[in-house]
Design a binder for this molecule. Structure first.
Ligand code: 3PG
Length: 392
């Protein structure tokens, strides 16, 4: 971005790929962290006189317009945060996009409609993605990749576009990669990872590649029940991925001292805030009940381990924190990270949202990443196409 600004951008059209994939309740944004994270790059370009065209996705529409995934509410919030209105194009690369971009004044900002309303954005066919990227390229003179949360996707507005226009890394992408690089380099020990979230199948690859590099992985969230089942415990009606049990058994056998599992859990007779709840030892989960949070003994134990850590990476809530009776595990682990003097990185949309929704101080963490899947894939050692294409 600095290189582009140094070249001078007054009057030039700059396409910025941002990650504005925010949680919505109807058309109300419940956590605008990703919109705020996109501001520095957009403001810097706008203040330098560029005509800024922002491209982004929201959710996973099926390649066609779908009102519930419209970016219109995000355009409004972006304008409010920037302090000047953002023009909104009602299509991706169609007549509205063209006329909106044509009408931009120097320093003006426009947001295109959800790029995933065009099926070519996520097509498996590189030629189709390339054709869409050509249409994006016709709207701009330069490209800035600033949507860190989406750089692990080989998609038209992330990857192909960078081959069609002079391409630059935005400040957010640079900052995120720099922080994650410290975790894959020589992190200060002990290096402790807290991993939650619902699906163990999403996390097994990262667990396998992290295990040799870290000192401990503290497991929570829905995924812990497949590990508990792998230890031979009954898990009642808790989330369970039966086909993953063998892999979990193998990992536990290979690294018994590194994988730390909950000693107690909060169980409920229903998935609701009004359910009857009990806190039980992990070995005593009742038939017909489901585990929805880690328990207080576990929070204390995880807290002690986190207190002694030199580096912490946290991804995924420890329980169903959106429902008050099951928020204490996530709050407790997050608070322990805030209280520790470790270099701490929060990775992931859900964990970052949890920090804000539970009212934890954002400055209590060294870095809150905007990328969930992207940060995990980076830590797994995978190449991120949207970064590689800029380096290449
Ligand atoms: C995310 O929410 O992790 C990013 O916005 C990427 O979204 P995706 O998983 O739908 O590609």
């Amino acid at each position: 971005l600095d290189d582009l600004l140094a070249e001078g951008v007054t009057g030039r059209r700059v396409l910025v790929r941002a990650d504005l994939n925010v949680p919505l309740d109807g058309d109300t944004i419940t956590d605008d962290g990703r919109v705020r994270a996109s501001l520095p790059t957009i403001s810097a370009l706008s203040q330098a006189g560029a005509r800024v065209v922002v491209a982004a996705h929201l959710g996973r529409p099926k390649g066609a317009p779908d009102a519930k995934y419209s970016l219109a509410p995000v355009a409004k919030r972006l304008g409010d945060l920037l302090g000047s209105p953002v023009a909104f194009a009602a299509d991706v690369v169609g007549p509205s996009a063209k006329s909106t971009v044509d009408a931009l004044a120097d320093g003006g900002v426009a947001l295109l409609e959800n790029v995933r309303f065009d099926a070519r954005e996520t097509s498996k066919d590189a030629a189709e993605r390339g054709a869409l990227a050509d249409e994006f390229a016709a709207l701009a003179d330069a490209f800035v990749s600033d949507g860190f949360g989406v750089v692990h996707r080989e998609q038209a507005s992330v990857y192909e576009i960078a081959t069609k226009l002079p391409a630059y890394a935005g400040g957010l992408v640079l900052a995120e990669v720099e922080v994650l690089r410290t975790l894959t380099g020589e992190p200060k020990r002990p290096y402790v990872v807290a991993l939650g979230g619902s699906k163990v199948s999403d996390k097994l690859a990262v667990i396998s590649s992290l295990l040799p590099k870290v000192d401990a992985i503290l497991v929570g969230g829905g995924m812990c029940f497949t590990f508990l089942a792998a230890q031979g415990l009954g898990v009642g009606d808790s989330l369970l991925e039966a086909d993953m049990i063998d892999t979990c058994k193998r990992l536990l056998a290979e690294h018994p001292e590194k994988i730390v599992l909950p000693a107690d859990v909060v169980i409920a007779d229903d998935f609701s805030a009004e359910a009857n709840t009990q806190t039980v030892l992990a070995a005593n989960i009742r038939e017909g009940w489901k585990g929805l949070d880690i328990g207080p003994i576990t929070v204390e134990r995880y807290g002690e381990i986190l207190a002694g850590a030199g580096t912490v990476f946290w991804n995924g809530p420890m329980g169903v924190f959106e429902l008050a009776p099951f928020a204490d595990g996530t709050r407790g682990v997050a608070q322990a990270i805030v209280d520790s003097s470790a270099f701490s990185v929060v990775g992931g949309g859900d964990s970052a949202a949890a920090v804000r929704l539970l009212g934890l101080p954002e400055d209590g963490f060294s870095h809150i990443s905007t990328g969930g899947g992207a940060s995990l894939e980076y830590l797994e050692g995978k190449q991120l196409p949207g970064v590689a294409v800029l380096e290449g």
